[in-house]
Write a protein that binds this ligand. Structure first.
Ligand code: ZN
Length: 264
């Protein structure tokens, strides 16, 4: 539905402003007219990121044991590697992505958390209360720029245009059968290449939010890419990367799917 119209502009029309008033929005939504007549039809290609203008985008590395192993690293103990995907790389769920020339572009399906309340130094037991909801993300990564040195360039290698598709929508945690155990995966041209479960996160959502807030303040609308399970292209023998003409479909159980086509 058109939230801005239905709420007489109490919320929206800019999506990101809704997160600043998330509790009020949830209360309004509970009493809103969600009947068939209020609903709009839309195509997935019309959708943008469910949080299109986050103040901060966090991305987490090595957060599944099998992925840490295929990457040649030990599992993180205190804090997992934390970096950013620059906001200019964000897109909606159904897109065409241009492959960087001469690059090795890889896939990483991830559960993405959207923050709903300002959070600083929150405990694990209360951390989910600061989460507006979850969505599907792809942490597309160009491995040559990311790893060419002298030190790794995670932020740049993962921030080409369209390298952070997110969506197709936000799902509030109460809609999920088990918010801490969701199947997630992705397939290239119909061949499944990643197939995991979020119960295998070394730092599950609550612990991750809590640990991040011991250092930084999180703001409504912020995104956290929580890490990818095993099966990325760089960890394969032989290595495999996305090619022009490939279609990548990424999914999370109970949330939805992303669809990216790749061109030269
Ligand atoms: Zn990642």
């Amino acid at each position: 539905m058109d939230v801005a119209e239905a709420s007489d502009l109490a919320f929206g029309p800019d999506t990101h402003t809704v997160y600043a008033e998330w509790d009020g929005f949830r209360a309004w939504a509970d009493s809103a007219d969600l009947s068939e007549t209020a609903r709009m039809t839309f195509a997935a290609t019309e959708l943008g990121s469910p949080s299109p203008a986050p103040r901060q985008v966090f991305a987490i590395g090595l957060n599944y044991g099998a992925h840490a192993a295929e990457s040649g690293f030990a599992e993180p103990v205190d804090l997992p590697p934390t970096f950013t995907k620059f906001a200019s790389s964000l897109s909606g769920p159904d897109t065409v992505v241009t492959l960087p020339a001469g690059g090795n572009t890889d896939w990483e399906v991830e559960l993405v958390v959207v923050i709903g309340r300002t959070a600083h130094q929150v405990g694990r037991d209360e951390a989910w209360d600061y989460v507006a909801g979850v969505t599907v993300g792809q942490d597309l990564s160009e491995r040559i720029v990311q790893l060419r040195g002298p030190a790794p360039q995670f932020g740049l290698g993962k921030s080409f245009p369209g390298f952070a598709p997110v969506g197709p929508w936000l799902v509030t945690p109460d809609e999920l059968a088990d918010r801490d155990d969701l199947a997630l995966g992705c397939a290239i041209n119909g061949e499944t290449v990643q197939d995991g479960r979020t119960r295998d996160l070394i730092f599950p959502v609550a612990r991750l939010v809590s640990e991040l807030t011991q250092v930084v303040e999180l703001y409504p609308g912020d995104l956290i890419f929580t890490g990818t399970p095993a099966g990325v292209g760089i960890g394969r023998d032989p290595q495999r990367f996305l090619q022009p003409g490939d279609e990548l479909v990424s999914w999370i159980e109970g949330v939805g799917e992303l669809r990216q086509k790749f061109v030269e």
